[in-house]
Design a protein around this ligand. Structure first.
Ligand SMILES: [Zn+2]
Length: 156
């Protein structure tokens, strides 16, 4: 890995955005550096979240910051979902698209933190939606997949 270069954001279409990212077996300094660089790239692009595949990394790693505190998340899995909430979402990898996405309003997430510690936390509102958006990225899913079929076909 070229440590000195800042991350640039991969845009659709790119194969890395469409595959399930690999789990991280052991969290190391390299992952902590990746997370730091992802935070920098997210802030620079004024995003609320960024996932590994968006910077070309086939790794289950993501950062989220909706204004409620910075989160660094590794190997996340959503173990419980409650309620529904719909919002128009944007994505740094899908420029100029705003897609209405229905997500859960409250989620319980199991993940590993940047120090390799297991955590289980409940998130609500905007942060819950941002995490679901990033987990989608780690599964190769993009906001355009939520568009109704006619919008996908006619590119409206
Ligand atoms: Zn995105």
């Amino acid at each position: 890995m070229k440590n000195d270069l800042p991350f640039s954001i991969i845009k659709q279409p790119a194969a890395v955005l469409r595959k399930k990212a690999r789990r991280i077996k052991r969290v190391t300094d390299e992952h902590r550096l990746i997370l730091e660089k992802m935070v920098a790239a997210m802030k620079k692009s004024k995003g609320m979240g960024l996932a590994g595949p968006q910077v070309g990394l086939d790794l289950q790693i993501a950062v989220v910051d909706t204004g409620e505190g910075l989160l660094k998340i590794i190997n996340p899995s959503i173990v419980k979902k409650d309620g529904y909430d719909t919002m128009d979402e944007a994505c740094l990898s899908v420029p100029n698209a705003l897609v209405r996405v229905k997500r859960s309003g409250r989620i319980t997430v199991k993940y590993t933190d940047e120090w390799g510690k297991q955590a289980t936390r409940i998130f609500v509102g905007l942060t819950a939606k941002a995490i679901q958006h990033e987990v989608d990225h780690l599964n190769g899913r993009l906001i355009v997949d939520y568009q109704p079929w006619y919008k996908r076909i006619f590119k409206q």
